[in-house]
Design a protein around this ligand. Structure first.
Ligand code: PMP
Length: 299
């Protein structure tokens, strides 16, 4: 898919994304000052839209950025964009920037925050690779400390994660896991991490330095439904190296089993617990897509 086939909603107009523009004075571009969401849609319905909008609103509030549209406005824009895009399934990138202002970090003179939404087809990882599982490394680049930037803020500044991802590229791996400054596992460059050991699921608590992922939340819900024990506790590299199963979760990634960490094979890939969760996830997508009138409203 080329950019030319992506569409962009901006100021109540839908245009070819390749022709949409944003000011070079926008602080989103100059400083990464802004927030965003990545949202999947299946069968033309955005998956967990209410949770995404809530996280966007919270991220914006946390950085003192006022979104010039209500969540109903945003829902309506998304509906129009999906209809115009035409594909049943795809990916939306909803971005709110601080807007244009004088040079300098001070956001107080950026008077017009900007909102745009891009719809595109997204194939982050090939089907073969997804089936074979991902090879990951633990990056030398540590995740920015949670007391420097709260990990719940989904900001436009991803440089820390990009540096980790470059390490993965350099090592010939698919993804990088970032540790926090205490050396414990936080998350992947754009996904959350789950480990299975002796029948129990483990994932790092948000306070360790992970984004409060929507897909992570869905997996926690599904584990409860399936009566699989799950604990949010700190995880060490040792736990990754000795796991029975590992998988990554994210809107872009969906659910991806991990086959190797730092060159050490993971015991099972895809493992039995992953397969149960994956099956339940597919059912959940279908179930949510069938719910009428529910999306677009906070729940
Ligand atoms: N962590 C990071 C750093 C991410 O960028 C993402 C993707 N948004 C995730 C985790 C997964 O979050 P979600 O399931 O909400 O997409």
């Amino acid at each position: 898919m080329t950019d030319a086939q992506s569409l962009c909603w901006q100021n109540n107009r839908i245009v070819d994304a390749a022709t949409a523009t944003i000011s070079v004075l926008d602080h989103g571009l100059l400083y990464g000052d802004g927030v965003f969401e990545g949202i999947r849609f299946y069968r033309r319905r955005p998956f967990r839209l209410a949770a995404h909008l809530q996280r966007l609103i919270d991220s914006a509030r946390a950085i003192g950025l006022s979104i010039p549209l209500t969540s109903d406005d945003l829902s309506n824009a998304i509906t129009a964009l999906i209809a115009a895009f035409g594909n049943d399934d795809g990916y939306l990138r909803l971005v709110v920037t601080r807007g244009a202002g004088p040079m300098g970090l001070d956001p107080s003179r950026c008077e017009n925050p900007q909102v745009f939404i891009v719809a595109s087809a997204l194939q982050l990882i090939s089907t073969e690779r997804r089936l074979a599982g991902a090879a990951v490394i633990i990056a030398a680049t540590r995740r920015l400390s949670a007391d420097g930037l709260d990990p719940r803020i989904k900001s436009l500044n991803y440089l820390n994660h990009i540096l980790a991802r470059m390490e993965a590229n350099h090592a010939g791996a698919d993804e990088a896991i970032l540790l926090n400054s205490a050396g414990r596992v936080t998350e992947g460059s754009a996904d959350n991490v789950f480990v299975v050991k002796r029948g129990t699921l483990f994932t790092p608590p948000i306070y360790e330095g992970a984004l409060d992922g929507i897909t992570r939340g869905v997996v926690i819900e599904l584990a409860q439904e399936l009566e699989l024990p799950l604990r949010e506790i700190p995880i060490a590299p040792y736990d990754l190296h000795t796991a029975d199963e590992i998988f990554l979760t994210g809107t872009g990634a969906e659910l991806i089993p991990v086959r190797q960490v730092d060159g050490r094979p993971v015991q099972h890939c895809p493992g039995p617990i992953f397969q149960r969760i994956e099956q339940a996830f597919k059912v959940c997508i279908e179930r949510d897509a069938e719910k009428e009138n529910e999306w677009g409203h906070l729940r």
